[in-house]
Structures are given as structure tokens and as C-alpha cells.
Design a protein around this ligand. Structure first.
Ligand code: XIL
Length: 389
């Protein structure tokens, strides 16, 4: 018995040191390579911030100096039920503790979003618009029952933001206050026809930023969205943020998700996107970087979670390792060119195995936390960047 215990202890020790050795294969770290330019962040899952996934944890500590919560601060997870005791703070508390313990820049994601929000938030006694009078139709909203009034929903939003952002005041340094409020597609419509917009009206965005500022006046308050590499969507972003600024709404940074693909990610398109976004005069955070190598995800840079499975279908594109390395080199060259505005670059996951687009192998580290050629390419850009500084 004694022996067995010893043996299993030894086995665990070997696994742990083996995993750490993997992470240490690289003797250079992203966070050091880009020091004095911008922070390098990573989205974490619970097995990472509770230190169960030893290999990924070692990698995270070695390579990154900023973190984002992949899911645990979303409304569905942190506030699943109505009422004062409807919150589930434990995972988010653990996430924040991990960041504090490791001296990392801690991000909060996300306060107001159409996705991963429980139905009770929108429920009430007002009849929903009749089909035909509801321009968004039934599709995609998940909730079509009797709904809350504007005042009820604003009340819930205020309480949620005050409670969640208030709890982590001073610890969470930047919040995605509103996520993905822009409409996709080439139409004229600037805003997505979400339940937030339908029930409260377009000023739900201004209200959310106001509540967030009340909760934590020192936090960076981001407007965050995807697809901003596309001219039409970016034009909508600029329209939205300019109108918020004209009204004195406290939006203090732009979050650009940057869920890219190897076919369209390039220095030129990122340079163009950053150049135009900079006209807003706000710091820019790249919030969810990954570059999809799956054939199914090459046609657009939508990150609509409803279509995620399709975006990773079909196996990898030919010559994927090289194409990924080239794509990453290009976008990092653009981040470096715009380093005065780009303050943070966050990867949406530590390695390919935990990525929400695992089939598209979109990250710098493989499923065993080993650096890929794309990692070397990014480090190379950092070196060139400092040589020309
Ligand atoms: C994704 C997570 O990575 C998944 O684990 C989850 O199932 C769905 O959401 N835009 C966002 C992120 O703002 O919150 C999404 O994260 C990816 C797209």
C-alpha cells in the first residue's frame, strides 16, 4: 500500500514536471518580447485558473501577463437566476485571485451581450411583438415569451453591472461593458436587433457604460466587437462610437476581437483597420485573437457563436503551419506599427486543445503546449520591431 502510494506520487510528480518542461521548451516569452510595447493576454478556463491543468498553467505563467475570463463572468454563468442570491461568484472570484497572485492585468468579460444571457433577464408581462412586426423575427434570440418593460430591463441591467463590476472594483482593470452590439451584413442598420435593443431601445449601450462608470470609475470601459477587419462593420463601429462620444458616454477603449482566418489575416488589412479605428482617439485592445486554419472558416471573420461549429469544419487548409505563421507575423507587424494605441493583445485561449475553435488550430501553442512555427514567427517580429525602434 505504502509502495503504491509512493509510486503514484512519483507518477504525478513526473507528469507535472514533464508538463512544465514542455512549457519551458521555449526560452523566450511573449510577454518579455513585447514588453514596453503592449501586454500579452490569454483567455482562461476554470481548469487553468484553479491550477488543475498543470501544463497549460505553466504555459500561461511563463508566456502571458494579462488574462481574460473565457466564460465565467458572462451573465449566464455569474448571474444564472434572478434575485440577490441568484449569483454564482465562486469561479469568477477564483479567476481574479489567480490574476492577482500572478501579478497579471485582469480583464472582465462581459457585462451586456445578446449571447450567454439567461431568459429570466428579458422575461416580463409585456406581449412580444407579433410576428411580422418584429423585424428580427424569432430566429437567434432564444426567448420569445412575454417580456420585461424598458424600466424593468434597465433595472436588471443596473443591478447586474453595479453588483458584478462593483465586486471586482480596483481588481478588474478593464471591462467589456457592451459586447457585439453591431449588426452584421451590408445593410444600413448599425445596431444588431437584440432583445436589449428591442426592449430598451438603442440607448441601452449608453446606459450600460453609465452604470459601469458608477460601479468602477477607474476601470477601462471597452466597447468590444468582432469582424472589425471588414470595412462595412468597421464603419458601423466608428458611427456608433462617435455618437456615444458626442453624448459624453464614458467609453474609454475599443476592443477588437480579431477572430481571423489564415486567408484574410494580413499586415495590410490589420494596418488599415487599426489606422481607421485610431481616428476615434481611444486606446485599442485586441481582445480575442485567434487565426482559424480550418477550411470551413476561410470565408469571413464573423465570430457569431451560433455558427462556430461550421467555422471549424472541413479539415485544415493546405500548408497550414506556414500560412498560420505568415498570418500571425503580418498582424503582429501591424500591432507593432500601432503600438502607441494598441495597449493589449489577448489570445482567445492558451493552446489549440482548449480553443473554442480547436479544429481550426488557431493559436501559437499546440495541444501539448508546445510552441508552433507561428510562435517563432511572432517572436521574430518582436525582435525586428525592437531593432527598428
Ligand atoms: C466563446 C467561448 O470561447 C466558448 O467557450 C463559449 O462556448 C462561447 O463563447 N465572442 C466573444 C466570446 O465575445 O465571449 C466568445 O467566447 C467568442 C466570440
Amino acid at each position: 500500500m505504502h509502495n503504491l502510494n509512493l509510486r503514484s506520487l512519483l507518477a504525478v510528480a513526473l507528469i507535472v514536471t514533464g508538463a512544465v518542461a514542455n512549457a519551458a521548451d521555449t526560452n523566450v516569452a511573449l510577454k518579455d518580447a513585447f514588453k514596453s510595447r503592449f501586454n500579452i493576454g490569454v483567455a482562461l478556463n476554470p481548469r487553468q485558473f484553479t491550477e488543475q491543468d498543470a501544463g497549460a498553467v505553466a504555459l500561461v505563467k511563463q508566456q502571458f501577463n494579462a488574462i481574460a475570463p473565457e466564460n465565467v463572468m458572462k451573465w449566464q454563468l455569474i448571474h444564472p437566476r434572478a434575485g440577490e442570491d441568484g449569483y454564482n461568484f465562486e469561479p469568477a472570484d477564483q479567476y481574479v485571485k489567480f490574476g492577482e497572485k500572478n501579478g497579471m492585468y485582469i480583464v472582465g468579460h462581459t457585462l451586456v451581450w445578446h449571447g450567454q444571457t439567461p431568459n429570466w433577464v428579458f422575461q416580463g408581462t409585456n406581449p412580444p411583438p407579433a410576428e411580422g412586426q418584429n423585424p428580427g423575427g424569432k430566429k437567434g434570440f432564444g426567448f420569445n415569451g412575454p417580456r420585461a418593460s424598458r424600466e424593468e430591463l434597465l433595472d436588471r441591467m443596473r443591478t447586474h453591472i453595479h453588483t458584478v463590476a462593483g465586486r471586482y472594483k480596483g481588481k478588474v482593470k478593464a471591462w467589456d461593458v457592451v459586447n457585439e452590439a453591431l449588426a452584421d451584413g451590408d445593410g444600413e442598420e448599425v445596431l444588431r436587433n437584440s432583445l436589449w435593443r428591442q426592449i430598451i431601445g438603442p440607448d441601452f449601450i449608453a446606459k450600460a457604460f453609465g452604470f459601469a462608470q458608477e460601479a468602477d470609475p477607474d476601470a477601462v470601459l471597452r466597447y468590444n466587437d468582432y469582424g472589425l477587419e471588414n470595412t462595412v462593420k468597421r464603419r458601423k463601429l466608428i458611427t456608433l462610437v462617435k455618437s456615444l462620444q458626442a453624448e459624453g458616454v464614458p467609453v474609454t477603449a475599443i476592443g477588437t476581437q480579431a477572430h481571423l482566418n489564415v486567408s484574410s489575416a494580413s499586415f495590410e488589412s490589420m494596418d488599415q483597420a487599426l489606422t481607421e479605428m485610431e481616428t476615434l482617439g481611444l486606446p485599442i485592445h485586441v481582445t480575442e485573437l485567434d487565426i482559424n486554419s480550418a477550411q470551413g472558416g476561410q470565408r469571413n471573420t464573423s465570430a457569431d457563436i451560433a455558427n462556430n461549429a461550421d467555422a471549424t469544419k472541413g479539415g485544415l487548409v493546405d500548408d497550414s503551419a506556414k500560412r498560420l505563421a505568415d498570418a500571425y507575423a503580418g498582424v503582429f507587424r501591424a500591432f507593432l506599427k500601432h503600438k502607441d494605441q494598441v495597449k493589449l493583445v489577448t489570445f482567445w485561449g492558451a493552446n489549440d486543445a482548449v480553443s473554442w475553435r480547436a479544429n481550426g488550430k488557431p493559436l501559437l501553442f499546440d495541444g501539448s503546449n508546445r510552441p508552433k512555427p507561428a510562435f517563432e514567427a511572432v517572436i521574430e517580429e518582436a525582435k525586428k520591431g525592437s531593432a527598428s525602434k
